[in-house]
Design a protein around this ligand. Structure first.
Ligand SMILES: Cc1cc2nc3c(=O)[nH]c(=O)nc-3n(C[C@H](O)[C@H](O)[C@H](O)COP(=O)(O)OP(=O)(O)OC[C@H]3O[C@@H](n4cnc5c(N)ncnc54)[C@H](O)[C@@H]3O)c2cc1C
Length: 416
């Protein structure tokens, strides 16, 4: 375990190259588009206008046609909470506000599912995937000679981000057309996304592969022509397009879902405390990559205590995200350090925090709970839910939301 210097703004890439070697994949670069930190998050939110979102959210190319907010890296890392994003669009055109808030609810839903079933999110939820593919490398399934694939993967490489439609194209090409395991694809993509989360990424892949609904999402040239017009005319494979037809149906076998999806016998534990628990003197606030914003409830409650962040060696050694993600997180820490004291370490959080009286925000992911059980924070603050988890079904988004809206997403042959 090593105490690291506090990263300085502008020197984050050097910090990652020098101090985090062995914990990432790829070359050390920053995202061409996204900067970490509360200042960047606030600027992005302030400049997001929801007008036109509903009509343009699924556009892929060129970027000027898009309606997607591009807020996900900051939402993922807690710099923009879901309640804040929800409030931001108040007063906008009703159709756009409703559609945007619906997407925030998908994020919340994914968090609820993961908080409830933990690692179970990595197993087929409601249908078994039909596997027949033999490609051992992503390159075989994701052929970059195809202009559409090259377009969206280029954005992933450069920015660490893609619009939702592009993610569906990649996940469908991999798991539906090539019959490869969605779990392998999920890990491959999560390593590359700045917003990569076990919760939303696994659900996105399960939804596309059909294991969440029983209806795989098909990807073909039609979507490219509609959502990224002009792409096919510049494609060397245009006359022999490998996705000219719909992919094979890939029959799925319905599974008996886990009873935990239907009911949570311990939903208060899943949701965490309703108000602050514990207290007394604290000598640091333990923060994690789930909640790096100034508004983290524990940081707000203990304004004079230093924020303490540990690059978790064991976890990162196994996960090996692209360096871009660690640069983004380091940018968040460097930015935070301009407003309050920050301590940065590399090692096992349990060992680093042993003997410290720390405060923390309850975080609804299994990794946090496992470490918090050993660290035993003296004060725990509630997670800023958009909707507090209850005991009811999370077997599908519509069941969870309480209204029947899933058909829009469940169509196998999407209109666009
Ligand atoms: C295969 C696949 C993988 C995905 N992996 C991730 C992931 O790792 N992390 C992640 O945050 N999202 C993931 N998504 C969901 C979605 O694609 C992204 O949240 C969205 O594209 C982010 O861009 P945005 O901020 O412009 O979204 P907007 O359309 O502007 O939506 C605003 C916010 O709503 C939430 N949101 C939107 N769509 C979804 C959705 N379908 N599911 C959950 N939340 C949503 C996000 O927090 C997003 O920032 C995935 C979707 C698919 C199909």
């Amino acid at each position: 375990m090593t105490t690291l210097p506090v990263p300085a703004p502008g020197e984050e890439s050097d910090f990652v190259a020098r101090h985090l070697r062995g914990l990432f994949s790829g070359e050390v670069t920053r995202s061409a588009r996204f900067r970490g930190g509360q200042v960047a998050a606030d600027t992005a939110l302030a400049s997001f206008d929801v007008r036109g979102y509903a009509a343009r959210r699924s556009e892929v190319w060129p970027p000027s046609r898009r309606g997607a907010s591009g807020l996900s890296p900051w939402i993922r890392h807690g710099l923009i909470t879901l309640p804040r994003a929800w409030a931001h669009v108040e007063g906008g055109p009703a159709r756009d506000v409703e559609r945007f808030r619906d997407e925030l609810l998908w994020q919340e839903y994914a968090r609820h599912v993961y908080a409830r079933i933990g690692a179970g999110i990595g197993r087929d939820l409601r249908a078994a995937q039909a596997l027949w593919g033999s490609a051992s490398e992503p390159g075989h399934a994701l052929d970059r000679r195809m202009a559409c694939i090259d377009l969206v993967l280029g954005e992933l490489d450069r920015d660490g981000w893609m619009v939702n439609q592009s993610r569906m194209w990649i996940a469908s090409q991999w798991s539906v057309r090539h019959g490869l395991s969605w779990q392998r694809g999920e890990l491959w993509m999560r390593r590359r996304l700045l917003d990569g989360s076990r919760a939303a990424n696994a659900l996105g892949w399960q939804w596309t592969a059909g294991t969440a609904t029983g209806r795989p999402y098909g990807f073909s040239r039609q979507q490219v022509e509609r959502r990224a017009p002009g792409t096919c005319s510049g494609c060397s494979l245009s006359r022999a397009c490998p996705i000219g037809d719909w992919p094979p149906d890939g029959a799925v076998d319905r599974l008996a879902p886990s009873p935990l999806l239907a009911r949570d016998p311990d939903h208060e534990a899943t949701a965490g405390p309703l108000g602050p628990e514990g207290g007394g003197d604290v000598d640091a606030v333990w923060i994690t990559a789930e909640s790096l914003g100034d508004g983290d409830p524990a940081l707000v409650a203990h304004p004079d205590a230093p924020a303490m962040f540990v690059f978790d060696e064991g976890y990162l050694d196994r996960f090996r995200p692209m360096a871009t993600r660690l640069v983004f997180i380091t940018e968040c820490l460097a930015d935070l350090a301009t407003r309050r004291p920050v301590e940065v370490h590399r090692g096992d959080p349990v060992a680093v925090l042993a003997g410290r009286r720390v405060a923390a925000t309850y975080t609804p992911v299994p990794g946090w709970s496992a470490r918090a059980a050993a660290i035993a924070p003296v004060a725990v603050h509630p997670w800023p839910w958009l909707r507090r988890p209850g005991p009811g079904s999370v077997a599908s988004f519509s069941a969870w939301r309480g209204v029947r809206r899933e058909g829009r997403r469940g169509a196998r042959r999407p209109r666009g």
